[in-house]
Design a protein around this ligand. Structure first.
Ligand code: SAH
Length: 343
Protein backbone atom coordinates (compact mmCIF):
# COMPACT_ATOMS: atom_id res chain seq x y z
CA UNK A 1 0.00 0.00 0.00
CA UNK A 2 2.69 2.45 1.02
CA UNK A 3 5.39 1.04 -1.21
CA UNK A 4 7.64 3.73 -2.65
CA UNK A 5 5.94 6.40 -0.58
CA UNK A 6 7.87 8.11 2.21
CA UNK A 7 6.63 8.28 5.80
CA UNK A 8 6.58 11.93 6.85
CA UNK A 9 6.76 11.00 10.53
CA UNK A 10 10.31 9.77 9.88
CA UNK A 11 11.41 13.37 9.24
CA UNK A 12 12.63 16.04 11.61
CA UNK A 13 11.24 19.49 10.93
CA UNK A 14 14.39 20.46 9.03
CA UNK A 15 14.22 17.33 6.92
CA UNK A 16 10.56 17.93 6.16
CA UNK A 17 11.42 21.45 4.97
CA UNK A 18 14.11 19.97 2.70
CA UNK A 19 11.68 17.35 1.45
CA UNK A 20 9.23 20.09 0.43
CA UNK A 21 11.95 21.67 -1.69
CA UNK A 22 12.62 18.35 -3.44
CA UNK A 23 8.99 18.20 -4.56
CA UNK A 24 9.06 21.81 -5.79
CA UNK A 25 7.38 23.45 -2.79
CA UNK A 26 8.38 26.22 -0.40
CA UNK A 27 10.17 25.03 2.71
CA UNK A 28 7.77 26.76 5.15
CA UNK A 29 5.17 24.17 4.11
CA UNK A 30 7.40 21.64 5.86
CA UNK A 31 7.00 23.48 9.17
CA UNK A 32 3.24 23.71 8.71
CA UNK A 33 2.93 20.00 8.02
CA UNK A 34 5.28 19.12 10.89
CA UNK A 35 3.06 21.07 13.24
CA UNK A 36 -0.07 19.32 11.90
CA UNK A 37 1.53 15.94 12.46
CA UNK A 38 2.20 16.70 16.11
CA UNK A 39 -1.27 18.20 16.52
CA UNK A 40 -2.48 14.72 15.61
CA UNK A 41 -3.57 15.10 11.97
CA UNK A 42 -4.46 11.68 10.60
CA UNK A 43 -4.78 12.60 6.93
CA UNK A 44 -3.67 15.38 4.62
CA UNK A 45 -7.26 16.58 4.40
CA UNK A 46 -7.09 17.56 8.08
CA UNK A 47 -4.42 20.14 7.16
CA UNK A 48 -6.68 23.06 6.30
CA UNK A 49 -4.00 25.69 5.69
CA UNK A 50 -2.36 23.49 3.02
CA UNK A 51 -3.71 24.04 -0.53
CA UNK A 52 -5.68 21.14 -1.98
CA UNK A 53 -3.19 20.75 -4.86
CA UNK A 54 -0.35 20.20 -2.39
CA UNK A 55 -2.43 17.83 -0.27
CA UNK A 56 -3.07 15.75 -3.41
CA UNK A 57 0.61 15.83 -4.35
CA UNK A 58 1.60 14.72 -0.83
CA UNK A 59 -0.88 11.90 -1.00
CA UNK A 60 0.78 10.62 -4.17
CA UNK A 61 4.34 10.59 -2.86
CA UNK A 62 4.04 10.20 0.90
CA UNK A 63 1.99 9.14 3.89
CA UNK A 64 1.90 10.43 7.46
CA UNK A 65 2.47 7.10 9.24
CA UNK A 66 -0.14 5.93 11.73
CA UNK A 67 -0.33 2.83 13.88
CA UNK A 68 -3.73 1.39 14.74
CA UNK A 69 -4.75 0.22 18.18
CA UNK A 70 -5.61 -3.46 17.73
CA UNK A 71 -6.27 -4.20 21.39
CA UNK A 72 -6.00 -2.42 24.71
CA UNK A 73 -6.05 -4.02 28.15
CA UNK A 74 -6.08 -2.22 31.47
CA UNK A 75 -4.93 -3.74 34.74
CA UNK A 76 -7.49 -3.61 37.53
CA UNK A 77 -4.65 -3.87 40.04
CA UNK A 78 -2.52 -0.89 39.13
CA UNK A 79 -3.95 0.86 36.05
CA UNK A 80 -1.15 -0.34 33.76
CA UNK A 81 -2.30 -0.36 30.15
CA UNK A 82 -1.08 -2.74 27.47
CA UNK A 83 -1.56 -1.94 23.82
CA UNK A 84 -1.24 -4.10 20.75
CA UNK A 85 -0.60 -1.98 17.68
CA UNK A 86 -1.26 -3.06 14.12
CA UNK A 87 1.45 -2.05 11.64
CA UNK A 88 0.71 -1.30 7.97
CA UNK A 89 2.00 -4.75 6.96
CA UNK A 90 -0.32 -6.50 9.46
CA UNK A 91 2.44 -7.27 11.94
CA UNK A 92 1.64 -6.62 15.58
CA UNK A 93 3.73 -5.03 18.33
CA UNK A 94 3.21 -4.59 22.05
CA UNK A 95 3.58 -1.40 24.15
CA UNK A 96 2.99 -0.83 27.86
CA UNK A 97 2.02 2.34 29.72
CA UNK A 98 2.63 2.64 33.45
CA UNK A 99 0.95 5.53 35.19
CA UNK A 100 2.58 6.45 38.50
CA UNK A 101 1.63 9.50 40.51
CA UNK A 102 4.39 11.74 39.32
CA UNK A 103 5.25 10.25 35.96
CA UNK A 104 3.84 8.39 33.00
CA UNK A 105 6.25 5.83 31.61
CA UNK A 106 5.88 4.01 28.31
CA UNK A 107 7.79 0.83 27.46
CA UNK A 108 8.21 0.72 23.69
CA UNK A 109 9.06 -2.02 21.19
CA UNK A 110 11.89 -1.62 18.74
CA UNK A 111 11.60 -4.62 16.46
CA UNK A 112 8.94 -7.15 15.45
CA UNK A 113 10.34 -10.13 17.34
CA UNK A 114 14.04 -10.34 18.18
CA UNK A 115 17.03 -12.38 17.06
CA UNK A 116 19.04 -12.28 20.26
CA UNK A 117 17.65 -15.60 21.50
CA UNK A 118 17.64 -15.06 25.29
CA UNK A 119 16.30 -18.31 26.70
CA UNK A 120 13.81 -16.77 29.14
CA UNK A 121 12.28 -14.19 26.80
CA UNK A 122 9.01 -14.50 24.82
CA UNK A 123 9.91 -11.89 22.18
CA UNK A 124 12.61 -14.00 20.62
CA UNK A 125 10.74 -17.30 20.22
CA UNK A 126 10.00 -16.80 16.50
CA UNK A 127 13.17 -14.82 15.83
CA UNK A 128 13.32 -11.40 14.20
CA UNK A 129 10.57 -10.57 11.69
CA UNK A 130 11.73 -7.05 10.95
CA UNK A 131 13.08 -3.79 12.33
CA UNK A 132 10.67 -1.01 13.22
CA UNK A 133 11.11 2.25 11.36
CA UNK A 134 11.71 5.41 13.43
CA UNK A 135 8.09 6.54 12.99
CA UNK A 136 6.78 3.16 14.11
CA UNK A 137 8.74 3.47 17.35
CA UNK A 138 7.63 7.09 17.79
CA UNK A 139 3.97 6.56 17.00
CA UNK A 140 3.53 4.12 19.90
CA UNK A 141 3.97 7.13 22.18
CA UNK A 142 1.85 9.50 20.07
CA UNK A 143 -1.06 7.07 19.96
CA UNK A 144 -0.92 6.40 23.70
CA UNK A 145 -0.91 10.13 24.46
CA UNK A 146 -3.93 10.58 22.20
CA UNK A 147 -5.75 7.61 23.68
CA UNK A 148 -5.21 8.54 27.33
CA UNK A 149 -5.02 12.34 27.10
CA UNK A 150 -1.89 12.18 29.25
CA UNK A 151 1.59 13.42 28.50
CA UNK A 152 4.22 10.70 28.48
CA UNK A 153 7.12 11.85 30.66
CA UNK A 154 9.45 8.84 30.64
CA UNK A 155 10.41 6.23 28.10
CA UNK A 156 12.05 2.85 28.41
CA UNK A 157 13.29 1.00 25.35
CA UNK A 158 12.63 -2.32 27.02
CA UNK A 159 9.83 -3.78 24.93
CA UNK A 160 10.32 -6.35 22.18
CA UNK A 161 13.55 -6.21 20.23
CA UNK A 162 17.14 -5.15 20.74
CA UNK A 163 17.56 -1.40 20.15
CA UNK A 164 21.27 -1.72 19.36
CA UNK A 165 20.41 -4.31 16.68
CA UNK A 166 18.23 -1.62 15.02
CA UNK A 167 20.69 1.13 15.78
CA UNK A 168 20.24 3.51 12.84
CA UNK A 169 16.46 3.67 13.31
CA UNK A 170 16.84 3.96 17.08
CA UNK A 171 19.23 6.91 16.72
CA UNK A 172 16.77 8.63 14.40
CA UNK A 173 13.90 7.89 16.78
CA UNK A 174 15.82 9.45 19.69
CA UNK A 175 16.34 12.60 17.69
CA UNK A 176 12.65 12.80 16.75
CA UNK A 177 11.27 12.14 20.21
CA UNK A 178 13.54 14.77 21.78
CA UNK A 179 12.57 17.51 19.32
CA UNK A 180 11.26 20.66 21.03
CA UNK A 181 8.50 21.10 18.45
CA UNK A 182 7.74 17.37 18.48
CA UNK A 183 7.13 15.23 21.58
CA UNK A 184 9.89 17.03 23.49
CA UNK A 185 10.82 14.15 25.80
CA UNK A 186 14.13 14.91 27.52
CA UNK A 187 17.04 12.52 26.99
CA UNK A 188 17.45 12.18 30.76
CA UNK A 189 13.98 10.66 30.88
CA UNK A 190 14.81 7.96 28.35
CA UNK A 191 16.39 4.58 29.18
CA UNK A 192 17.75 2.24 26.53
CA UNK A 193 18.15 -1.39 27.52
CA UNK A 194 20.57 -3.70 25.72
CA UNK A 195 21.50 -7.36 26.01
CA UNK A 196 25.12 -6.22 25.64
CA UNK A 197 26.33 -5.57 22.08
CA UNK A 198 29.59 -4.02 23.28
CA UNK A 199 30.75 -2.16 20.15
CA UNK A 200 27.33 -0.54 19.71
CA UNK A 201 27.30 0.46 23.38
CA UNK A 202 30.51 2.32 22.71
CA UNK A 203 29.03 3.94 19.60
CA UNK A 204 26.05 5.04 21.68
CA UNK A 205 28.43 6.53 24.25
CA UNK A 206 30.23 8.43 21.49
CA UNK A 207 26.98 10.18 20.57
CA UNK A 208 27.22 11.81 24.01
CA UNK A 209 23.48 12.17 24.40
CA UNK A 210 22.53 11.88 28.07
CA UNK A 211 20.08 8.96 27.87
CA UNK A 212 20.27 6.27 30.54
CA UNK A 213 21.81 2.95 29.66
CA UNK A 214 20.57 -0.33 31.11
CA UNK A 215 22.54 -3.51 30.59
CA UNK A 216 20.88 -6.92 30.84
CA UNK A 217 23.55 -8.67 32.87
CA UNK A 218 21.72 -11.69 34.33
CA UNK A 219 24.92 -13.45 35.42
CA UNK A 220 28.43 -12.43 36.44
CA UNK A 221 29.88 -15.57 34.82
CA UNK A 222 30.62 -16.00 31.11
CA UNK A 223 29.62 -19.67 30.98
CA UNK A 224 26.29 -19.13 32.75
CA UNK A 225 25.55 -16.02 30.71
CA UNK A 226 26.24 -17.87 27.48
CA UNK A 227 23.79 -20.59 28.50
CA UNK A 228 20.91 -18.15 28.91
CA UNK A 229 21.96 -15.39 26.49
CA UNK A 230 23.56 -16.50 23.19
CA UNK A 231 24.81 -12.94 22.55
CA UNK A 232 27.25 -13.47 25.44
CA UNK A 233 29.30 -15.78 23.20
CA UNK A 234 30.25 -12.76 21.11
CA UNK A 235 30.73 -10.30 23.98
CA UNK A 236 32.18 -11.59 27.26
CA UNK A 237 31.30 -10.04 30.62
CA UNK A 238 34.58 -8.12 30.79
CA UNK A 239 33.88 -6.55 27.42
CA UNK A 240 30.38 -5.34 28.30
CA UNK A 241 31.47 -4.04 31.71
CA UNK A 242 34.27 -2.10 30.02
CA UNK A 243 31.71 -0.71 27.57
CA UNK A 244 29.56 0.42 30.54
CA UNK A 245 32.55 2.16 32.12
CA UNK A 246 33.19 3.88 28.81
CA UNK A 247 29.53 4.93 28.67
CA UNK A 248 29.76 6.48 32.13
CA UNK A 249 32.98 8.25 31.26
CA UNK A 250 31.45 9.77 28.14
CA UNK A 251 28.02 10.67 29.49
CA UNK A 252 28.41 10.96 33.26
CA UNK A 253 25.21 8.94 33.61
CA UNK A 254 24.66 6.12 36.10
CA UNK A 255 24.26 2.72 34.42
CA UNK A 256 21.55 0.26 35.46
CA UNK A 257 22.35 -3.45 35.55
CA UNK A 258 19.25 -5.51 35.00
CA UNK A 259 19.30 -8.89 36.64
CA UNK A 260 16.39 -11.25 35.98
CA UNK A 261 16.35 -13.72 38.85
CA UNK A 262 15.80 -17.33 37.77
CA UNK A 263 15.30 -20.08 40.31
CA UNK A 264 18.34 -22.35 40.58
CA UNK A 265 20.12 -20.63 37.68
CA UNK A 266 21.47 -17.27 38.87
CA UNK A 267 19.88 -16.62 42.27
CA UNK A 268 22.45 -17.85 44.80
CA UNK A 269 24.33 -15.73 47.34
CA UNK A 270 27.50 -16.71 45.53
CA UNK A 271 26.11 -15.12 42.35
CA UNK A 272 25.23 -12.00 44.34
CA UNK A 273 28.73 -11.77 45.78
CA UNK A 274 30.26 -12.16 42.32
CA UNK A 275 28.04 -9.34 41.06
CA UNK A 276 29.32 -7.09 43.86
CA UNK A 277 32.91 -7.78 42.92
CA UNK A 278 32.18 -7.17 39.27
CA UNK A 279 30.43 -3.82 39.62
CA UNK A 280 32.32 -2.43 42.61
CA UNK A 281 33.35 1.19 42.03
CA UNK A 282 31.08 1.62 39.00
CA UNK A 283 28.46 4.41 39.09
CA UNK A 284 25.53 2.02 38.92
CA UNK A 285 22.31 0.62 40.24
CA UNK A 286 21.14 -3.00 40.10
CA UNK A 287 17.54 -3.72 39.17
CA UNK A 288 16.46 -7.20 40.23
CA UNK A 289 13.60 -8.58 38.14
CA UNK A 290 12.06 -11.82 39.40
CA UNK A 291 11.60 -13.70 36.11
CA UNK A 292 8.16 -13.55 34.52
CA UNK A 293 7.08 -17.01 33.70
CA UNK A 294 6.82 -17.57 29.93
CA UNK A 295 4.61 -20.49 28.89
CA UNK A 296 7.02 -21.82 26.28
CA UNK A 297 10.02 -21.66 28.64
CA UNK A 298 10.57 -23.65 31.78
CA UNK A 299 12.22 -21.06 33.99
CA UNK A 300 10.77 -20.22 37.37
CA UNK A 301 10.86 -17.33 39.78
CA UNK A 302 12.93 -17.86 42.94
CA UNK A 303 11.07 -17.90 46.27
CA UNK A 304 10.69 -14.46 47.86
CA UNK A 305 13.28 -15.25 50.54
CA UNK A 306 15.93 -15.85 47.86
CA UNK A 307 15.05 -12.61 46.09
CA UNK A 308 15.49 -10.53 49.25
CA UNK A 309 18.59 -12.42 50.36
CA UNK A 310 20.13 -11.58 46.98
CA UNK A 311 19.27 -7.91 47.41
CA UNK A 312 20.64 -7.87 50.96
CA UNK A 313 24.03 -9.12 49.78
CA UNK A 314 24.19 -6.24 47.29
CA UNK A 315 23.13 -3.69 49.89
CA UNK A 316 25.64 -4.95 52.43
CA UNK A 317 28.30 -4.28 49.80
CA UNK A 318 26.94 -0.76 49.20
CA UNK A 319 25.64 -1.58 45.74
CA UNK A 320 22.29 0.24 45.29
CA UNK A 321 19.68 -2.37 44.37
CA UNK A 322 15.91 -2.50 43.92
CA UNK A 323 13.49 -5.33 43.26
CA UNK A 324 11.26 -4.42 40.34
CA UNK A 325 7.61 -4.78 41.16
CA UNK A 326 5.80 -6.44 38.32
CA UNK A 327 3.11 -4.17 36.91
CA UNK A 328 0.06 -5.37 35.01
CA UNK A 329 0.59 -9.02 35.89
CA UNK A 330 -3.16 -9.66 35.48
CA UNK A 331 -3.19 -8.57 31.82
CA UNK A 332 -1.12 -10.92 29.77
CA UNK A 333 2.16 -11.25 31.64
CA UNK A 334 5.15 -9.31 30.45
CA UNK A 335 7.89 -9.12 27.85
CA UNK A 336 6.06 -9.81 24.59
CA UNK A 337 3.69 -12.45 25.90
CA UNK A 338 0.48 -10.59 25.09
CA UNK A 339 1.44 -10.34 21.43
CA UNK A 340 2.16 -14.08 21.24
CA UNK A 341 -1.16 -14.95 22.85
CA UNK A 342 -3.04 -12.63 20.47
CA UNK A 343 -1.44 -14.19 17.38
N1 SAH B 1 16.80 -6.31 24.15
C1 SAH B 1 16.90 -5.46 25.27
C2 SAH B 1 15.60 -4.86 25.74
C3 SAH B 1 14.38 -5.76 25.82
S1 SAH B 1 14.12 -6.78 27.19
C4 SAH B 1 17.61 -6.18 26.41
O1 SAH B 1 17.88 -7.36 26.28
O2 SAH B 1 17.93 -5.54 27.41
C5 SAH B 1 14.04 -5.81 28.65
C6 SAH B 1 14.51 -6.58 29.88
O3 SAH B 1 13.60 -7.63 30.25
C7 SAH B 1 15.86 -7.27 29.68
O4 SAH B 1 16.64 -7.14 30.83
C8 SAH B 1 15.45 -8.73 29.48
O5 SAH B 1 16.51 -9.60 29.73
C9 SAH B 1 14.31 -8.84 30.46
N2 SAH B 1 13.38 -9.97 30.22
C10 SAH B 1 13.00 -10.55 29.09
N3 SAH B 1 12.14 -11.56 29.30
C11 SAH B 1 11.97 -11.61 30.63
C12 SAH B 1 11.19 -12.43 31.49
N4 SAH B 1 10.43 -13.40 31.03
N5 SAH B 1 11.26 -12.19 32.82
C13 SAH B 1 12.03 -11.18 33.32
N6 SAH B 1 12.78 -10.39 32.56
C14 SAH B 1 12.76 -10.60 31.23
Amino acid sequence: MNQNKVALKNFTEEELKEFMKTIGEKSFRGSQIYSWIYKGAKSFDDMNNIPKSLRDKLDEVSYIGNLEIELKLESKKDGTKKYLFLLNDENIIETVMMDYESRVTVCISNQVGCRMGCKFCASTIDGLLRNLEPWEILDQIIKIQEDTGKRVSNLVLMGSGEPLDNFENTKKFLKLVNDKNGLNIGYRHITLSTCGIAPKMRELADLEIPINLALSLHSPYDDKRQEIMPVAKAYPVKDIIDACKYYIKKTNRRVTFEYSLIKGVNDSEKDAEAICKLVKGILCHVNLIPINNVEERDFERPDKSYIYKFRDVLEKNNIPATVRISMGSDIGGACGQLRRKHK
